[in-house]
Design a binder for this molecule. Structure first.
Ligand code: C5P
Length: 279
């Protein structure tokens, strides 16, 4: 038995960091959106566990979040199974696009389907939260207001795209933990996340990311990239997550330049009982 699933990237249309918590994490409020740029995972119930990938940069051992998801599923379901997983990797790593988290969520969903749905959606969200702060979002329907560490989800109606969307990925990457460490809370915006959320619901979106300031301090080139995209006429140019990818809107495809990759994208949502798909 086998299942092939699309594993979408996410954008943080806005991201506010509200404070530091006792457990070392940060309290955040963010509007997450799934997009049609992503990876593909094929899971096959098999005689042994194996993970293969099209990307040599990705470890296929038990440090991969996909394997952590498999182990957690096996432990909590108490079902004895083995699975062969093939990952067709398109998403860049250390990009703020949530690729690893999406792969883990997709693996949990796929296993749940292959093994007769032992877990409810709420349980999958809980398992996801144990694996990483961004994992639960992927169990929303694709547009969600997330709070807490990122694990408290509030599903929203799908948003329409204001104009063609572009993902711009510079070659350098950034570690999420490092950017959070470099964050000075005094530098965060004062605008309330509820006002930002309302701006999207009312169709006058205000994009914002509190992690741009520390990311630009660590890699000044990112600020130059943002300015260049704005000067080229793109609007709402914003870094996603802890970087280093940006998204921006504009009619024309940004020019391919040495040092960055461009991907066209659009928003994607899923039906309640189905996973994300490209059709
Ligand atoms: O949850 P995840 O393992 O993806 O987070 C990676 C790192 O990012 C954490 O170890 C933490 O340093 C930081 N982080 C944070 N607050 C969050 C999410 C992540 O400080 N809400």
């Amino acid at each position: 038995m086998s299942i092939t699933l699309f594993s979408p990237a996410k954008l943080n249309l806005f991201l506010r960091i509200l404070g530091r918590r006792g457990d070392g994490y940060h309290e955040l409020a963010s509007l997450f959106q799934a997009i049609n740029f992503g990876d593909t995972l094929t899971l096959t119930l098999s005689k042994w566990d194996v993970l293969t990938s099209t990307c040599i940069l990705i470890p296929c051992d038990d440090t991969n979040l996909i394997w952590k998801a498999v182990e957690l599923f096996r432990e909590r379901s108490e079902i004895s199974f083995n699975v062969a997983i093939h990952l067709e990797k398109n998403l860049p790593i250390q990009s703020g696009l949530g690729g690893g988290s999406s792969n883990a969520a997709t693996a949990l969903w796929g296993l749940n389907e292959l093994l007769g749905r032992p877990f409810s959606l709420e349980t999958l969200i809980g398992l996801g939260a144990e694996l990483g702060s961004d994992v639960p979002f992927f169990f929303s329907c694709g547009t969600a207001y997330c709070q807490g560490r990122g694990e408290r989800l509030h599903n929203l109606e799908p948003l329409s795209l204001p104009s063609p969307l572009w993902i711009v990925k510079p070659q350098c990457g950034l570690s999420t933990a490092h950017i959070f460490k470099c964050l000075n809370l005094k530098e965060c915006a004062e605008v309330s996340p509820e006002d930002l959320l309302q701006s999207f619901i009312q169709g006058r979106p205000i994009y914002h990311n509190d992690l741009e300031v520390p990311a630009f301090r660590v890699v000044p080139l990112l600020s130059e990239l943002k300015t260049r995209l704005i000067n080229c006429g793109y609007h709402n140019v914003m870094m996603t997550g802890s970087g280093t990818s940006f998204f921006c809107f504009g009619d024309k495809r940004p020019k391919q330049e040495a040092g960055w990759n461009i991907h066209p994208a659009s928003f994607v949502n899923r039906q309640e009982n189905e996973w994300y798909s490209l059709s």
